[in-house]
Design a protein around this ligand. Sequence first.
Ligand SMILES: Cc1ncc(COP(=O)(O)O)c(C=O)c1O
Length: 462
Amino acid sequence: MTAVHESVLDAIGGTPLFRLSRLGAGLAAPVYAKAEFLGIGGSVKDRAALSMVLAAERDGLLKPGGTIVEATSGNTGIGLAIIGAQRGYRVIVGVGDKASPEKSDILRAYGAEVVLAPTVLPLEDPAHLFNVIRRLAEEIPGAWFANQYDNPANPDAHLRTTGPEIWEQTAGRVTHFVAGVGTGGTITGTAEYLKEVSGGTVTVIGADPESSTYGGGDGSPYFVESIGHFLHPATVEDRQPEAYRTDAPDAFERVPDRESLLTARRLAREEGILAGPSSGTAVAAALRVARRLGPDDLVVVLLPDSGRSYLSKVHSDAWMRQWGFLEESEGAGGLRPLLDGAGPLVAVDAYTTVGEAARALRGAPGGIAPAVQPRTARPYGVSAMEVVGSVSREVLAAALADGTAEPDDPLGALLGPALPTVGVGQSAEEARGALGAGHPGVLVLVDGRAAGVLPRSSLGDG
Ligand SMILES: Cc1ncc(COP(=O)(O)O)c(C=O)c1O
């Protein structure tokens, strides 16, 4: 019989497991997906939101008529907005600019106030989402900052609910648990329960974006939302969330954006499960793990949220092509042959000198190059999110010739606007459209990373 609840809050948690029978076909170990997208707010974060609000009420931090303030990639905010609607709190949610627009629309639909702020900034920058939201929480009388990153009630929700559910649903047969790490609340609380109850036999695997620092990357940007740890090169002091115990995962699987996004799309098309990009990362990791296991093992992978929040991103063919994650082009043929003929990418450090930039530009096709945030090494290439402008050989030569710039001057004043970007799967016609009247060329993206510049002349638009 179907349950009857006194309010939506009573229906938080208690999600089913689905066997991934098609993606896991041929594997000896069964893989079961914990379907958090079926929760009231459509994500795993309902659990943490409820747990944090109940703790704040109990501790007298949140009083009747008070205001809940939180910084989030969206889902924790949605959970808080639902609770706020039920219990009469004003809810103000700061959402990172990388989050899908659907999440902000959902927040507004629940009556929450949305503040959009950048996150691809140094942590200390006053404009960074966390600092904007912290200031708001201090300024508004009666405001309580939920602070999921450091709030012990966040992992505690998973210790009390997610972990016991998985143990009970698998009748204690689970041997491997796979989840992404955002605040770390899910993996920390669930791991603590499963390790304790199994006498330490359950292995926990963190599913991490390839360049995230959690699993050993350099912290450069990635496209999957809500998991991993980004580190801006100018951040002075990085900090780890207190909700995350670094010994919770026994190991990490590091998953490139392309594998995450394509796996999220396969989940919809092959399993009938419409989930978000972090579910793609988790399932890609779980499948890798399951390939190494036998019939006595059982893998549970947590799917944090619904794909309905990403119809404009991972589940949109146009978006996937625009960022270079899909190469099949409709009819016209993609940019791959032109890109292969254009020569390797030349990228210029945006904070270098005019003389250094002029030297770097000698080998640049068409004499133009993207100007990028500096990093000491680039094991994962130049992310589209790190491009801050463009540099042109012609502009530098003119400035050096007429004396408006010296070779030792900082490049800054001579930077042009960022080149328009096109995905490698887009057509030459689309690239010409992106050029408009003013740009000297386009930057071609493969897997969300800069792969080369196509000057205007190479696009038959000379
Ligand atoms: C879609 C999605 N995936 C994964 C996570 C990571 O969960 P946690 O913060 O518990 O580590 C979040 C958290 O916001 C999320 O919204």
